[in-house]
Unconditional design. Structure first.
Length: 192
């Protein structure tokens, strides 16, 4: 565990400081950096990242996990590895693991009536994307800063989509506000 935290701390240090080295540092050179008092900040950040990873792994144990095999086709924009937490009306909650394109295709092909959170991971950092199974319905999540100001997450039709154009009144009547999105399918989503 300590080795993993030190590894993450070094990556955080390199990323935040912007330093690059032409050659591999010797253990003495590296220890002169890591033993400095200011380096403790990077260790603290590494502990937070490591704990976040452990929490994500614990969440995986709560739901059944389905591994989606990679197709082998290379792709730049849709080749990110992700964990997809799916909250389905008919199939309950489950997790899909795999690459973005294959996971998206698997979801569209095999399920209806769901919403999901795709969590993209790279070097201990994650980015989340919420989506709904219908194309014309969007989940508009707010940042932590906006949430503290009282703004809420919205689930509503897009104001202008190619297939359907909703009036403002229709959008207001079909908009649901949440402090936090539920971790299950709720009856209100059937109205969308």
């Amino acid at each position: 565990m300590e080795e993993k935290i030190e590894e993450i701390a070094w990556e955080v240090f390199l990323r935040k400081s912007g330093l690059t080295f032409r050659s591999e540092l010797t253990p003495e050179q590296k220890s002169s950096i890591t033993e400095a008092e200011a380096y403790q900040y990077y260790r603290d950040e590494a502990v937070k990242i490591y704990e976040k990873k452990l929490r994500a792994l614990d969440n995986n144990k709560k739901y059944p996990v389905i591994e989606v095999p990679a197709s082998g086709k290379s792709c730049w924009s849709e080749g990110a590895y992700c964990l997809c937490f799916v909250y389905s009306k008919y199939n309950g909650n489950f997790v899909l693991k795999g690459y973005y394109r294959e996971v998206s295709e698997y979801l569209k092909k095999n399920y209806t009536h769901y919403f999901y959170n795709m969590s993209f991971w790279y070097k201990g950092f994650s980015r989340n994307v919420w989506n709904f199974w219908k194309k014309d319905i969007g989940i508009f999540d707010v940042s932590i800063r906006e949430r503290k100001k009282g703004k809420k997450t919205q689930v509503r039709p897009y104001s202008c989509s190619y297939e359907n154009k909703f009036t403002e009144e229709e959008i207001k009547s079909k908009t649901f506000y949440f402090k936090r999105l539920p971790k299950r399918w709720i009856p209100e989503f059937d109205k969308l």
